[in-house]
Design a protein around this ligand. Structure first.
Ligand SMILES: *[C@@H]1O[C@H](CO)[C@@H](O)[C@H](O)[C@H]1NC(C)=O
Ligand SMILES: *[C@@H]1O[C@H](CO)[C@@H](O)[C@H](O)[C@H]1NC(C)=O
Ligand SMILES: *[C@@H]1O[C@H](CO)[C@@H](O)[C@H](O)[C@H]1NC(C)=O
Ligand SMILES: *[C@@H]1O[C@H](CO)[C@@H](O)[C@H](O)[C@H]1NC(C)=O
Ligand SMILES: *[C@@H]1O[C@H](CO)[C@@H](O)[C@H](O)[C@H]1NC(C)=O
Ligand SMILES: *[C@@H]1O[C@H](CO)[C@@H](O)[C@H](O)[C@H]1NC(C)=O
Ligand SMILES: *[C@@H]1O[C@H](CO)[C@@H](O)[C@H](O)[C@H]1NC(C)=O
Ligand SMILES: *[C@@H]1O[C@H](CO)[C@@H](O)[C@H](O)[C@H]1NC(C)=O
Ligand SMILES: *[C@@H]1O[C@H](CO)[C@@H](O)[C@H](O)[C@H]1NC(C)=O
Ligand SMILES: *[C@@H]1O[C@H](CO)[C@@H](O)[C@H](O)[C@H]1NC(C)=O
Length: 811
């Protein structure tokens, strides 16, 4: 349960402290550090200790992020940079080995020296291998109150069996024995004189006077002597239920030399009782108030001498000593008290519990064997690191292809297997007490003596901070003789403050601080770009002379304005407190815009963008870009009526040397490309030309003539458009009319025409008359018979004939 909590706590710590802060924040945090030590205590920062006597310049920011400058020399002379970083030196690195009668080496490396930056994680590898025939010491601690008599017999037999059973596991096995009863005081023991002599019941023959704890047999390889010793150990008795086993456990654990515990071995302490135990505080019942001192108090005979002087140890004392001395306690108890001991075992690290039965040594041996195997079968790395130093263990354990996961415990391995632990060490802050800046961290497998010692030195201060450093100047001139110059800065004496200890008074007074802050919400002086100097801001000086901070609180600067074309304020303005003040003729946030003057086409009385667009940032944007184009929206390649009249004058001048542009044989302001040809194709019929942009103009001139030309306008954005004109070499003029000739010819022609008309009329009438006459004649001739007289009619005339002329007449 507790380990689970520890894990949760650890993961939480990692979350809150291990995450790398955003890079910008790191940079800022560095720059906020005002002393060399606090700079080095901040992750990834480095300090410049230059003073003007050593270097010809001093940086205004002394603490910066390591990678702020590609070439740190621009910030600080390299020799003056204090940039301590994590270094590890392996001091002892013997290979793993295990041979009998030599000290086995189960851990590699053995000694490391580590200088560690705060906040930096350092990883190293530790190898562990469980040695075969690793020394095992087993001390049997037995309750010899009379109730245990039935177990004593068994136990005496146990020794040999246990030794032979253990020799299967390790050939390097020792066995020892001790016994306990209880404190010889009321109410623990009956202090009646006869009871003090013989506290047991009548049926027990060998009954010794009561005692607290007695060490009976040194740890030895001789299992037979175990049997004799146990048999020789007399029973005794006490009064109350619980026994004084804790006194015995404590003595057995702390009297290492007397008992013969080997330093580099596994230590098993088998504690066998059938009763409950007394704990710290119970001694008061007998008037013993002195707490247990966890020291060894055995006399020559091996008897505990302070039984009546010191109280019983507490459970936590037992746990602590068990951890320290690598004791694995095995509680071997009968069923009826096993619950109590189960709970006790949970409180003592590395302990276990097993149930024994009467007349059953096999059970005890199995129990011990099992516990031993459990111990050897797993390895758990423990360490003595305390906050703020944290160690994390990562391992694949035995799974060669497996994942490296965070764990400090591996299970299921055998002798000879090698396990690698990746150990990550990190200190989150400097301990407040400088004594703790150097620590000895010990990492070891639980229950074993082998340790990896890390001589850890936390990098918490700068060498130049120490008054014996060669660059340390006491009462320096630079510090107004009121402070010490160290690591490049002044450490002012009491009553003075400021960068050069010029200000007198008390810096911590809040009003002084307030004068350097624009508002109460600010939590740093001078907007973080200067130092508060006796209540006013002294802005920091940039390395780049073209950049400076200004303003009462250094809140302004002249280098963080918008850029245009890679130039501050487009090169057309001054950067004032973060905004661009543009030069006349320029506008825009970054002064990148010309004003409207560049939108007027050349010439007089022109309109902005030729009236066909708007001026935006000094450039014309044409209203209808299908029609209008060109830098001033002056072009409309498809608007021929516009171009015909525009081009007309120059064309006329060039081709015919007439027109308003024609001055003294030259054409004024005519730049078009004009070619004269005999005859132009009419583009209307020439589709290809039309597609190329050719248009035809037919324009009249002032003197009544007219001419034709063909043009094409080429315009590239920004340039003046260029016109290509082809003109017909001849004007079309009406011929001059001679008035006299015209008049004569008119008269003549009129006369002739009149004459002709008369003639024609005459002829027509003559022909008509003749035809009429002929017709009359014909009709007359034909109408002969029709002229027969009406018989009724009597001619009024009378005809008389000349008789001489009769032959020509028929009647
Ligand atoms: C500072 O130390 C770090 C880590 O050792 C190194 O990478 C860096 O180059 C050092 N910088 C300077 C300026 O010495
Ligand atoms: C240390 O090891 C852990 C686990 O393998 C890894 O997450 C971490 O990034 C390592 N740290 C360094 C500085 O290599
Ligand atoms: C047990 O060890 C102690 C200390 O090492 C020694 O003085 C004593 O003689 C030993 N006892 C026996 C019986 O070997
Ligand atoms: C213990 O068991 C053995 C046989 O295993 C038996 O002979 C002996 O009488 C038993 N002793 C007791 C006290 O029960
Ligand atoms: C400055 O003020 C603080 C608290 O206001 C006080 O503890 C300290 O002694 C003062 N120092 C001097 C030199 O007046
Ligand atoms: C910023 O101010 C400094 C000092 O007044 C000056 O030399 C520099 O030219 C200024 N830079 C700009 C971009 O105005
Ligand atoms: C910084 O520049 C501003 C304007 O460019 C100027 O007013 C100010 O005096 C300068 N400050 C320093 C310390 O040169
Ligand atoms: C920019 O600064 C220069 C020098 O300080 C000054 O002569 C000029 O008038 C300033 N221009 C504007 C637009 O403020
Ligand atoms: C430039 O011309 C635009 C219209 O094209 C007008 O809105 C703007 O106010 C003018 N800017 C200046 C500085 O004259
Ligand atoms: C016209 O040209 C002639 C010579 O080419 C020159 O002498 C005369 O001054 C010019 N007149 C004008 C008004 O340019």
């Amino acid at each position: 349960m507790s380990s689970k909590w520890c894990f949760i706590l650890l993961s939480f710590l990692n979350l809150s402290l291990g995450c790398n802060a955003d890079y910008e924040t790191v940079k800022k945090i560095c720059e906020e550090q005002k002393t060399c030590s606090s700079c080095l205590q901040t992750q990834t920062c480095m300090w410049c200790a230059a003073t003007s006597s050593i270097a010809n310049y001093e940086p205004s920011i002394r603490c910066v992020a390591r990678d702020k400058y590609k070439d740190p020399n621009v910030w600080c002379p390299v020799s003056q940079i204090i940039n301590d970083s994590t270094v590890m030196i392996v001091k002892e690195n013997l290979p793993l080995f295990a041979t009998k009668n030599t000290t086995p080496m189960q851990i590699q490396p053995q000694v490391l020296r580590l200088r560690l930056r705060i906040g930096e994680e350092y990883n190293f590898t530790l190898k562990y291998s469980s040695a075969e025939d690793y020394p095992v010491d087993l001390y049997y601690l037995m309750d010899l109150s009379s109730s245990m008599s039935q177990y004593r017999e068994d136990l005496s037999e146990l020794g040999v069996d246990l030794a032979s059973a253990m020799r299967h596991l390790t050939r390097n096995f020792r066995l020892g024995f001790g016994s306990f009863v209880d404190k010889v005081e009321l109410p623990m023991t009956d202090t009646l004189p006869e009871k003090l002599k013989k506290p047991c019941n009548e049926d027990i023959v060998d009954c010794a006077p009561p005692y607290g704890y007695k060490h009976q047999m040194n740890l030895t390889e001789d299992a037979d002597s175990f049997k004799t010793n146990v048999q020789a150990a007399p029973l005794s008795g006490n009064l109350d239920g619980p026994e004084g086993g804790f006194d015995a456990i404590m003595q057995a654990m702390v009297c290492t030399e007397r008992i013969g515990w080997r330093k580099d071995g596994r230590h098993l302490l088998v504690f066998s009782t059938d009763a409950n135990f007394h704990v710290a505080g119970d001694g008061r019942l007998a008037g013993i108030i002195e707490p247990n001192d966890c020291e060894c108090h055995l006399d020559k005979e091996g008897t505990y001498t302070h039984s009546s002087l010191l109280d019983y140890p507490s459970i936590s004392q037992i746990n602590r000593i068990a951890l320290k001395n690598n004791m694995n306690i095995i509680f071997a108890v009968p069923q009826d008290v096993s619950n109590t001991y189960q709970r006790l075992s949970e409180c003592i690290s590395g302990s276990a519990i097993g149930v024994i039965k009467k007349n059953d040594t096999v059970n005890v041996i199995n129990l011990i064997q099992k516990e031993y195997e459990k111990l050897v079968d797993k390895v758990k790395m423990i360490d003595n690191a305390k906050k703020p130093i944290t160690l994390r263990y990562f391992s694949k354990c035995l799974d060669k292809k497996g994942e490296v996961i965070e764990r400090s415990e591996c299970q299921g391995f055998h002798f000879g297997d090698i396990i690698q632990f990746e150990i990550s060490i990190k200190a989150t802050e400097c301990p407040t007490n400088p004594e703790n800046w150097q620590q000895l961290i010990e990492i070891k497998p639980q229950g074993l003596e082998d340790t990896l010692k890390i001589e850890l030195e936390l990098i918490c201060d700068c060498p130049c901070d120490k008054s014996d450093h060669k660059a340390y100047v006491i009462k320096s001139e630079k510090c107004n003789y009121q402070g010490d110059l160290n690591c490049g800065i002044c450490k002012c004496n009491d009553g003075f403050y400021g960068k050069h200890c010029i200000c007198s008074g008390n810096e911590t007074q809040s009003n002084v601080k307030d004068d350097c802050r624009a508002s109460d919400n600010d939590n740093s002086d001078c907007s973080n770009h200067g130092t508060c100097q006796c209540g006013s801001c002294e802005c920091e000086i940039r390395e780049n002379p073209a950049e400076n901070f200004s303003g009462k609180y250094c809140e302004c600067n002249n280098f963080s304005c918008l850029r245009d074309n890679d130039q501050l304020c487009g090169g057309h303005g001054n950067c004032t407190c973060g905004t661009c003040v543009c030069m006349p003729g320029w506008s825009g946030l970054s002064c990148g815009c010309h004003d409207n003057s560049t939108c007027f086409p050349p010439g007089d009385n022109t309109k902005i963008c030729s009236g066909h667009g708007t001026c935006d940032c000094g450039k014309c944007h044409c209203d209808n870009d299908v029609f209008y184009s060109g830098g001033y929206c002056q072009d409309c390649p498809t608007c021929s009526e516009v171009h015909c009249s525009k081009l007309k004058e120059c064309v006329e001048c060039y081709a015919f040397n007439t027109g308003s542009r024609s001055k003294n044989g030259t054409c004024e302001r005519c730049y078009d490309d004009i070619e004269i040809v005999a005859k132009i194709d009419k583009v209307d019929v020439n589709e290809a030309d039309y597609q190329l942009g050719y248009r035809v103009c037919h324009v009249p001139t002032d003197n009544g003539c007219s001419f034709d030309f063909k043009y094409r306008i080429e315009s590239h954005r920004g340039d003046m458009p260029k016109s290509y004109v082809t003109v017909e070499e001849n004007k079309k003029c009406p011929k001059a009319i001679p008035i006299f000739t015209v008049a004569i010819s008119v008269i003549v022609s009129t006369v002739i025409i009149g004459f002709l008309i008369l003639l024609i009329w005459k002829i027509v009438t003559m022909v008509h008359d003749q035809r009429e006459y002929a017709k009359f004649e014909r009709e007359r001739a034909m109408a002969k018979w029709e002229r027969g007289d009406n018989p009724l009619h009597k001619q009024a005339t009378t005809t008389f004939s000349n008789p001489t002329f009769t032959e020509s007449r028929q009647n």
